[in-house]
Design a protein around this ligand. Structure first.
Ligand code: GLN
Length: 487
């Protein structure tokens, strides 16, 4: 039998329903691969016992003839999403021993559908970063070239799916943390519209931007995963009551006549020429499939990096104030007084990048600077969102552009230069600030055989169009047949 873990989620569903293999066999196969490829450092916690128990339960339901899209399917979860009874660290020393007493809503939904949670993925500490190098548990390696970063912050989720250790995974995306690692690892990843998925039980980084997203090796796999976790949740007041279309049912529909906007500002200075060529060729391919392409302008997107790092840091400084060494999380030993307890607990347990963001965020919110930075950033955020609104009203049905300006860079290459690292988020941040859905899918390789990602950005609540276009492209191209050689 083919190593079942290497099949796509859709193939696994069919295999489980046909009883080609059981969920226990499939889950064991994933656990073995996870162990075999431990050098990727894609996981923080392996939940072997719970996973096998869940798989056994799934098998008993399958034996009765029951089925549902995720019944018995093993998945991995970014360790920023809380799991009852399973350690949730956010890749921080601050939470290194935190065992949550409850499940996030997305985890509850996966469990209700019979999915098997096999492991928790490594990430950048508190989801702050683009390379995994901010993890307190060491960096994740890119399966295509282990000397390179997998992208971030949902680094372990993307690397694990790309390496075929699990068929799908959950990540979170605040400014690109699902789309950029999907691009660097050559898989599909989608961040839905802000409000589509509940944030209840997702460790907060920047609450006005955070969304849960999903990874798969195929578009259809992502459609199935998003379908399961999406929907209004009264426990998250920013999750929105919106009709949830059947993403899988509409996947294979024609893209004829769809208007694709190509933002001219996203193809200028700073874009690697090989990425530029691959993305342009992908847009030509979509045109050959019946879509129409037109140039559009998103003039305020150029401010997205500055705006995002002000707003996200401001929100982070507030969200992370709860880690005070008193209620839960890391506590410094032998404090001389309360001030010393706060001070040392936070200095000893937060990594350097998290501390940098807290300082930056506190500064931009401080009196005297609030208007100059935070308030101004909020105004520019509105301008960025209005650009999208205008082009979606007048010019196009979706936008196509690069996911990241480069392919995966070398581990260590940008750690000394945070600004350089921030600039790598230039193409994912605008959709985040506007709350729009964004999907990244493989559209080629550079001369070093590193994957390149095409980003599709949609109207609010229109993930269905992104899936449909991604599926048409995937059907018409052969990138999906390439896989990393793990040795
Ligand atoms: N790279 C961005 C940051 O460091 C985005 C992270 C994310 O989406 N969680 O903030």
């Amino acid at each position: 039998m083919t190593e079942p873990a290497l099949l796509t989620l859709t193939q696994l569903r069919a295999g489980l329903d046909r009883k080609d293999f059981s969920s226990v066999e499939l889950t064991s196969s994933c656990l073995k691969l996870i162990e075999k490829h431990a050098d990727l450092n894609a996981f923080i916690e392996i939940c072997e016992e719970q996973a096998l128990a869940q798989a056994k339960h799934a098998d008993s339901l399958l034996a009765k003839g029951e089925t549902s899209p995720l019944l018995g399917i093993p998945l991995a979860i970014k360790d920023a999403i809380v799991t009852a009874g399973i350690r949730t660290t956010c890749a921080s020393k601050m939470l290194q021993n935190f065992i949550p007493p409850y499940d996030a809503t997305v985890i509850q939904k996966l469990k209700q559908e019979g999915a098997v949670i096999v492991a928790k993925n490594n990430l950048d500490e508190f989801a702050m970063g683009s390379s995994s190098e901010n993890s307190a548990f060491g960096p994740v390696k890119n399966p295509w070239d282990k000397k390179r970063v997998p992208g971030g912050s949902s680094s372990g989720s993307a690397a694990a799916v790309a390496a075929g250790l699990v068929p799908g995974a959950l990540g979170t995306d605040t400014g690109g943390s699902v789309r950029q690692p999907a691009s660097f690892c050559g898989i599909v990843g989608i961040k839905p519209t802000y409000g589509r998925v509940s944030r209840y039980g997702v460790v907060a980084y920047a609450s006005s931007l955070d969304q849960v997203g999903v990874f798969g090796r195929r578009t259809a796999d992502c459609a199935t995963l998003l379908q399961t976790i999406a929907g209004h949740d009264f426990k998250d007041s920013t999750s929105i009551q919106q009709p949830l279309p059947d993403f899988s049912a509409n996947l294979e529909t024609d893209i004829k006549g769809l208007k694709i906007g190509v933002p001219k500002e996203y193809f200028e200075e700073g874009l690697d020429p090989q990425v530029c060529d691959a993305v342009k060729a992908a847009i030509d391919k979509l045109v050959s499939l019946g879509a129409q392409a037109c140039e559009v302008s998103l003039p305020h997107s150029q401010y997205a990096v500055a705006v995002y790092y002000i707003i996200a840091s401001a929100e982070a400084s507030s969200n992370l104030s709860r880690y005070d060494g008193v209620r839960y999380g890391y506590r410094a030993s032998n404090p001389s007084d309360l001030q010393d307890l706060y001070c040392r607990s936070r200095s000893e347990a937060f990594g350097i990048e998290v501390q940098r963001r807290i300082l930056m965020g506190t500064f931009v919110l401080s009196s005297g600077y609030f208007e100059a930075y935070y308030l101004r950033a909020q105004k520019v955020r509105t301008l960025i969102a209005e650009d999208f609104k205008r082009v979606f009203e007048n010019d196009c049905d979706l936008i196509a552009c690069p996911t990241a300006p480069t392919t995966a860079y070398l581990l260590g290459e940008k750690v000394q230069n945070p600004l350089q690292m921030y600039l790598g988020d230039v193409y994912t941040l605008p959709a985040s600030l506007a709350g729009l859905p964004g999907l990244s899918l493989p559209c080629g390789f550079d001369s070093q055989r590193l994957p390149i990602g095409l980003q599709l950005i949609g109207r609010p609540w229109d993930e269905a169009t992104l899936f449909k276009v991604a599926q048409a492209y995937e059907n018409a191209t052969a990138w999906k047949t390439h896989a990393p050689n793990l040795g």
